[in-house]
Design a protein around this ligand. Structure first.
Ligand SMILES: *[C@@H]1O[C@H](CO)[C@@H](O)[C@H](O)[C@H]1NC(C)=O
Ligand SMILES: *[C@@H]1O[C@H](CO)[C@@H](O)[C@H](O)[C@H]1NC(C)=O
Ligand SMILES: *[C@@H]1O[C@H](CO)[C@@H](O)[C@H](O)[C@H]1NC(C)=O
Length: 238
């Protein structure tokens, strides 16, 4: 019996567990956020950009009483050894965040202590889109039917703001639009606040999309290029 368990454990370690762990270990910067409002809880994504700060969307953190930040998770609903869970009451929403049209949908959450980095928890660099390659966003599709609790990656391509502006009214320079490049899926509720990655750096934040999560409709992101200064300032003076 003991031997069988050892064998099973080994198989698990080599195959199943590795498969699961790999997704998370490729995205060690991914954060899950449980946002506590007056009477409701909301789930959002975020990204660890320093051992003290998580970047997210202002429409997530807006009106919160406190925020629980989950780092190092593959399935955030399970009790995984890699996870670090902290609660904070410190964050800054962009001063000009517009809760109607989601202009300046960016916020910075300060963690209560310096997070120790390891293989499962690490920071992502912020940058500009240089090569237009390997673009994806990631998160947990909370509130949807195909949510099995595991972290997901949605491969995308970038649409011009011109095309995107034909679909959404308020597309500005401070947005990047993407369309799913994965025949089966797109982002949905729960991905909000999560990172848009290009060539191993974060270039955007998931902001909004279609109401019923239709994969043929673009997702709108915050264009980080327009917020480098805001991020720097808020990390210095928070
Ligand atoms: C917020 O957005 C709405 C819709 O675009 C606009 O009518 C309103 O003036 C904006 N508010 C501010 C304070 O800019
Ligand atoms: C999606 O389907 C199209 C047409 O069947 C195919 O050309 C394309 O390679 C597929 N994309 C992915 C990411 O599988
Ligand atoms: C889409 O789903 C079909 C059927 O479930 C599967 O065979 C196919 O590999 C999936 N395509 C992608 C790009 O994940």
């Amino acid at each position: 019996m003991k031997n069988l368990r050892a064998v099973l454990f080994l198989i698990c370690a080599v195959f199943v567990c590795n498969l699961k762990a790999n997704i998370q270990e490729k995205l060690p910067f991914q954060a899950g956020l449980i946002i506590f409002r007056e009477n409701i809880q909301k789930f959002c994504g975020g990204s660890l950009i320093s051992p003290f700060f998580v970047l997210s969307a202002a429409h997530c953190t807006f009106g919160a009483k406190k925020i629980q930040v989950i780092l190092g998770a593959n399935n955030y609903k399970e009790n995984e050894k890699s996870q670090v869970v902290v609660t904070t009451k410190l964050w800054n929403n962009h001063e000009q965040f517009n809760n109607t049209d989601f202009t300046n949908d960016i916020s910075l959450i300060k963690l209560p202590y310096k997070i120790l980095l390891n293989q499962q928890i690490n920071t992502i660099k912020i940058g500009r889109n240089t090569k237009n390659t390997n673009i994806f966003y990631s998160g947990w599709p909370e509130g949807t039917k195909n949510n099995n609790g595991y972290l997901k990656v949605i491969k995308v391509k970038i649409l011009t703001n011109n095309i995107c502006g034909g679909i959404y009214k308020n597309i500005k320079d401070s947005n990047i639009c993407t369309i799913s490049n994965d025949n089966n899926s797109t982002g949905c509720y729960g991905f909000s606040g999560g990172p848009l990655i290009e060539n191993n750096k974060q270039i955007g934040i998931v902001s909004y999309g279609s109401k019923n999560c239709d994969k043929s409709i673009p997702i709108v992101h915050v264009n980080l290029l327009k917020y480098f200064k805001w991020i720097k300032r808020n990390m210095e003076f928070n």
